[in-house]
Design a protein around this ligand. Structure first.
Ligand code: HEM
Length: 400
């Protein structure tokens, strides 16, 4: 079902705007922008009867909802289907309150800015080698050859489970697919997602790499900070979101720089703009389209009445293109005022991998600035199809 028209004069069972769209149809996931615009235009909170979900797509409301984790709770899962919400219990992403705070603290010991200090040099060296290798090669695929290197060579290693990077990638994209509804794509992916969960449930300290992030959660369990069962589930917090997200964001960044030679030239003249380029790439790409929350109580939100137990999709990608927040939102603008965007979430569940993702993207950008004069996009981008992730899966490019 392609996005269809708003029905403004709906019988007022809910007294709320209603949009009969399939937010997870092939066309809507390859290019979410039209559906996102429909949702923002329809109102601050819009009922999607086909999905039995509220859609929240305006910047202010998505940010307010992310901030209020009692009303918009994650503890019953953030997927759009009950199977995944049951299967992935125990992760940091799927938790609230005290357990969430404790789990986050444990993860931050591996992923906080201070903990990542020692790997910065390794990321820089790998990024320089990736760009040097591409310079001599002519045409390459940016997603595979430029963006995947750091996640697959460095991050997969640091996670510390003894499976190949390719398998980790497969698990990651399946689990993001399985966070959508149980449409054909979601059902196909469920096996992959469940495979990852089954694998993690067999893990123990002796079965993961010494000194790795995975080991750190088992150490926390030995110290009594979390249970062994939580530790096994929390390995998923490292495995599932650490690769595809950053790969998509880095490909988006290269594409934007290739398509915007003036911005690339400004960066070459002023490398202090690197952080702005990284953040703006994540805003425009929003690798995670959105997650859902379960309403913790009856409430008025965005001018409508929501009921306890209903689900709302908080659409990071829609919020990041909200013209109410960003003048000329489709434009890659290095001068946007600081204050960021919702691509890494906001509030209590803000991405714990944000420092790592920024480090990786900045390392790639520094390597480009040191070695490359021109980024040429050599063909049209091919976008991925995933219920939850969005972005470019393949992009022909050349560096000179
Ligand atoms: C550009 C790359 C990335 C993007 C765009 C991204 C996006 C996000 C978003 C939007 C959330 C918020 C979820 C919510 O509110 O429900 C989140 C949370 C999370 N991310 Fe990331 N992420 C990225 C990289 C990473 C990396 C590299 C890791 C791990 C190494 C990671 C691990 C996590 C975890 C564990 C959470 C859950 C935090 C919590 O619930 O408190 N992410 N991410």
């Amino acid at each position: 079902m392609a996005p269809t028209a708003l029905r403004p004069s709906r019988p007022a069972a809910r007294d709320a705007p209603e949009l009969d769209i399939d937010l997870y149809a092939d066309a809507a996931i390859e290019d979410s922008a039209p559906a996102f615009a429909q949702i923002r235009d329809a109102g601050p909170a819009v009922w999607m009867p086909g999905h039995r979900l509220w859609a929240i797509g305006r910047f202010n409301e998505v940010r307010d909802a992310l901030r209020d984790d009692e009303l918009f709770a994650s503890g019953h899962g953030v997927a759009a289907n009950p199977l995944t919400n049951l299967a992935a219990r125990g992760t940091t992403l799927f938790s609230d309150g005290e357990p969430h705070v404790t789990r986050r603290r444990v993860l931050m010991r591996s992923l906080g800015a201070k903990a990542l200090g020692p790997i910065a040099d390794r990321l820089d060296a790998e990024a320089e080698a990736i760009v040097a290798g591409l310079l001599g090669r002519g045409r390459f695929d940016a997603a595979r050859d430029f963006s995947s290197g750091l996640p697959m060579r460095v991050v997969a290693d640091l996670v510390g489970v003894r499976v190949s990077g390719e398998r980790l990638l497969g698990w990651g994209s399946s689990s993001f697919d399985a966070l959508g509804p149980l449409n054909r794509r979601g059902l196909r992916a469920a096996a992959g997602g469940l495979g990852m969960i089954a694998y993690s449930q067999r893990l123990s300290r002796s079965r993961v790499v010494p000194g790795s992030w995975a080991e750190s959660v088992f150490e926390a369990a030995e110290r009594g900070e979390i249970s062994k069962r939580e530790a096994r589930s929390m390995v998923i917090d490292f495995v599932a979101p650490s690769l595809d997200t950053t790969i998509l964001a880095s490909t988006q960044m290269l594409w934007l720089l290739g398509e915007n030679p003036a911005a690339w030239q400004r960066l070459r003249e002023d490398p202090a703009l690197i952080p702005a380029a990284v953040v703006e790439s994540v805003r425009l790409g929003s690798p995670i389209r959105g997650f859902t929350r379960r309403l913790g109580r009856d409430a008025e939100f965005g001018g409508v009445r929501m009921r306890a137990g209903e689900r709302a999709a908080l659409l990071f990608g829609a919020a990041n293109l909200d013209e109410r927040r960003y003048p000329d939102p489709e434009c890659f603008d290095l001068d946007r005022p600081p204050g960021g965007n919702l691509g890494w979430g906001f509030g209590p569940h803000t991405c714990v991998g944000i420092h790592l993702a920024k480090l990786e993207m900045a390392a790639l950008l520094r390597a480009l600035l040191a070695q490359v004069e021109t980024i040429e996009i050599a063909g049209p981008p091919v976008r991925i199809r995933n219920n939850t992730l969005q972005g470019i899966g393949s992009l022909p490019a050349r560096l000179r």
